[in-house]
Ligand binder design. Structure first.
Ligand SMILES: C[S@@+](CC[C@H](N)C(=O)[O-])C[C@H]1O[C@@H](n2cnc3c(N)ncnc32)[C@H](O)[C@@H]1O
Length: 197
């Protein structure tokens, strides 16, 4: 049985709207779109940002190669508790994404193949987005990057300014409809285009 308490997302949304940015966990369809760039045939290191109660994490864990690592970062202790209980195949990390370099170093992670970004990037403070992208830019080679959205196509111009190649996977079976931007190759001038308050 899931450790998810009824209406947890709604309660969090009412208290911390811009940080949570959703009244319910993502649907399985959105989880599948966010996990579509995972290669089930080879071990990978995957880092999920803003894992919440694990809606994407559990689908990513089911798709990944058995020797892959999935490090799921979540700042909210209540979400983290559910995540850790419900998705034991992932390494649930209770931390702010601003601590990513230290948290990953502590776990011996030197290379990352894929980032699953479930953060509400456009509504977050610029300092948080800068920390995420500074970390991304510090990795060699730059990992592939899938970004969740519940505003289909709206932020496509933004992600095209940040990345060289961007493909959008539409998900109608989500409330509201959403999708995933699958991105590779940071643009050289990504710093000029970072969103945030
Ligand atoms: C839109 S929800 C997505 C949750 C889950 N991945 C899903 O799809 O149902 C965004 C999540 O990002 C988390 N978050 C926001 N800011 C964060 C930060 N600075 N560090 C880590 N997690 C953060 C929120 O607590 C929330 O769980």
């Amino acid at each position: 049985m899931s450790a998810y308490p009824p209406l947890l997302f709604l309660r969090k949304f009412l208290r911390e709207g811009t940080r949570v940015a959703s009244v319910a966990p993502s649907s399985r369809s959105l989880g599948r779109a966010m996990s579509s760039q995972i290669d089930p045939h080879r071990p990978q290191t995957i880092v999920e940002l803003g894992a919440g109660s694990g809606a994407v994490t559990r689908i990513a864990a089911a798709r990944m190669h058995p020797q892959s690592r999935l490090i799921a970062v979540e700042v909210d202790p209540e979400f983290h508790r559910v995540l850790a209980a419900d998705v034991p195949a992932a390494e649930a990390v209770l931390a702010d994404v601003r601590e990513l370099p230290a948290q990953l170093a502590a776990r011996g992670v030197q290379q990352v193949d894929l980032v699953l970004d479930c953060l509400p990037t456009p509504s977050l403070p610029r300092a948080i987005n800068a920390a995420v992208f500074d970390w991304l830019a510090s990795l060699a080679p730059t990992p592939a990057f899938s970004q969740m959205t519940v505003m289909p196509w709206v932020y496509r111009p933004l992600y095209r300014r940040l990345f060289r190649r961007v493909e959008f996977e539409l998900v109608l079976a989500n409330m509201p409809p959403g999708g995933a931007y699958h991105c590779t190759g940071l643009q050289p001038d990504w710093q000029r285009h970072l969103p945030g308050r």
